[in-house]
Write a protein that binds this ligand. Structure first.
Ligand SMILES: [Zn+2]
Length: 571
């Protein structure tokens, strides 16, 4: 299936640059994308992986006002923090950009102009909350009041956290500014709108034919289109964001949902400039055989599977520069946390405001990235919500990673080093057992590849563990600890076959635990390759100075991590 090389452009959702990354972010949009991309690169595919921070919108300005800083100060700080954290976790972006660059502003305005030329933008009046004392319109999240449905007193401008109702801010009772507490009133304001209904037929036909999409995503989108699409405002009364190139809109900016996905294009343009071929971004966005894959959390589905494709259809319509549409929108479910309070484990939703989260930079201070990547890969929320548990982290690392994979690597290498001078020449022939193990591996390798190409890294991960178990079975049956005395040549031949399997395990482990496999290459002399690709088998394998690839997770570490969460949950 990988005979015909494809061109891939892979993106991960742009996180708001207003706080640290947590493990839920990783499981939703970054680890699965990174694992996928690393495998594509190993298969020799043409792939570019872009990301960046989302630096506009109300979440940024709210953080800035709360902390008495400028939005610029907030995003500069968190951009640097996030970039570093992604690097520590091993997310291998080809480019990590940010949406506050001049290039992105210009690109967003170009998108806007083209959509306008195509007749997809209209102007309309709407009602908006205005603060006379602050002299400005207030976005929804700046307004608080009493819920019109349940009477909850601290309801947000667009949604009640108590009963979950959605409404317009002007429906709130006793509305007031969240910043000053002062009164607010309703005023008319003019905004630009994207005419989403004009794309209804094309979207329906397009989504309907995406049979390889996850059912949850496809059904959600078809349901939404069936329910009727509405015009969406693309501007806001706010001063932080991309300026709107229209007279009368000097005090407004583009709505963050409008400019954020364009950030994928801007990041690709920046990448092209950095590699010295400024026009090359077009290959990935405008040549129709590109496979564009977006990894996101499910709360972003509507933007990536409905609104963004509509924007791409509208912008590319001129004919000279059509844009590709997403090949897949890999929307992942949520990750909850297991919190143990008074000995009772229970699953709780993460809450960044209550500090009830596992912050990635803190977890990385404690554990190597590979251990965290390994455990998260085993519970990726591909088909349903999942629960992150520190206890399970400890047991999965100690039993699956160290007990199954690490142990196999260790005993193969240490036997080779200790009893055969670290050298294993190719035997004259293979035993039936070795041939059988190789055949089994070839099948698992093919399954792993199918799952990986279908953007199902968790299923591919399952194949990796199966390879580890199969290899251990082969080792146990060959029993080199016995045969090395009775028939040393047979033992040497068996260890040679073990090394072939080890090379395949290392190959398939690379996307998940890249650092460990890099270390392995420092003392394992042999191809890190699929059994399917070894023709002929290598002349020899060698090993010198082998060390354990992974470290154990201690009970005390698990308890300390659990305690931290329990404290946050107690408030
Ligand atoms: Zn309510």
């Amino acid at each position: 299936m990988s005979e015909k090389k494809e061109r891939y452009l892979v993106t991960s959702a742009l996180p708001y640059a207003n706080g640290p990354l947590h493990i839920g972010h990783m499981a939703g949009a970054y680890l699965p994308a990174d694992v996928f991309v690393r495998y594509l690169r190993m298969r020799g595919e043409d792939v570019v992986f872009v990301g960046g921070t989302d630096e506009h919108g109300v979440p940024i300005t709210l953080t800035a006002e709360r902390e008495g800083k400028s939005p610029r100060e907030v995003v500069d700080h968190w951009y640097a923090h996030m970039k570093e954290t992604f690097e520590r976790f091993g997310v291998s972006f080809d480019n990590f950009s940010r949406t506050s660059t001049p290039l992105h502003a210009e690109n967003t305005q170009t998108f806007y102009e083209k959509l306008k030329e195509g007749g997809y933008v209209s102007e309309a009046e709407s009602k908006q909350m205005y603060s006379p004392t602050e002299g400005r319109f207030l976005p929804d999240r700046y307004v608080e009041g009493t819920c019109p449905v349940c009477g909850y007193k601290e309801a947000r401008g667009d949604q009640c956290d108590n009963c979950g109702s959605w409404y317009e801010a002007f429906e709130l009772l006793e509305p007031h500014s969240k910043i000053t507490g002062g009164p607010v009133e309703v005023r008319e304001t003019t905004h630009l709108y994207l005419d989403l209904p004009k794309f209804t037929d094309r979207l329906k036909e397009w989504v309907g034919s995406q049979e390889h999409w996850r059912d949850s995503v496809r059904n959600f989108v078809l349901g939404m289109i069936g329910g009727g699409l509405e015009r969406r405002p693309i501007t806001r009364d706010i001063k932080w964001g991309v300026p709107v190139p229209e007279p009368g809109f000097e005090d407004k900016r583009f709505y963050v949902w409008f400019d954020a996905p364009i950030g994928y294009v801007s990041s690709t343009m920046e990448w092209a400039q950095n590699v010295g071929e400024p026009d090359r971004w077009r290959e990935y966005w405008q040549e129709e055989d590109t496979r564009l894959v977006h990894f996101i959390g499910k709360d972003n589905t509507v933007f990536h599977a409905v609104v963004w494709p509509a924007m791409l259809m509208g912008v590319g319509e001129g004919g000279d520069e059509p844009y590709v549409l997403p090949y897949d929108v890999a929307a992942n479910e949520f990750m909850n946390l297991e919190v143990v309070v008074d000995g009772e484990p229970r699953a709780m939703q993460m809450s960044t405001s209550r500090n009830l989260a596992v912050w990635l930079h803190e977890a990385l201070d404690q554990f190597p990235a590979d251990l965290l990547r390994f455990y998260l890969a085993s519970i990726l929320p591909e088909t349903g919500d999942v629960v992150f548990s520190w206890r399970e982290f400890g047991s999965r690392v100690n039993s699956d990673l160290i007990g199954t994979l690490g142990n196999y690597v260790n005993r193969t290498l240490s036997f080779t080093e200790k009893y055969f001078d670290g050298t294993l020449p190719r035997p004259d022939g293979l035993t039936d057992e070795a041939r059988e193990a190789f055949e089994d591996f070839k099948e698992m390798e093919a399954r792993y590849e199918r799952r990986m190409y279908a953007q199902r890294p968790r299923d591919a991960f399952g194949e990796l563990l199966a390879m580890g178990r199969r290899a251990n079975r082969f080792f146990d049956a060959a029993a080199p600890w016995k045969s090395r005395k009775e028939d040393p040549e047979a033992a040497r031949g068996a260890l040679y076959a073990c090394s072939v399997l080890l090379g395949s395990i290392a190959y398939h482990a690379t996307p998940f635990v890249p650092e460990a496999i890099k270390n392995l290459q420092g003392f394992f002399d042999g191809p890190i390759a699929r059994v399917s690709d070894l023709e002929p088998l290598p002349e020899a394998y060698g090993v010198s100075g082998a060390k354990p690839l992974f470290r154990k997770v201690e009970d005390g570490e698990v308890e300390a991590a659990e305690e931290k969460l329990a404290n946050a949950a107690r408030g």
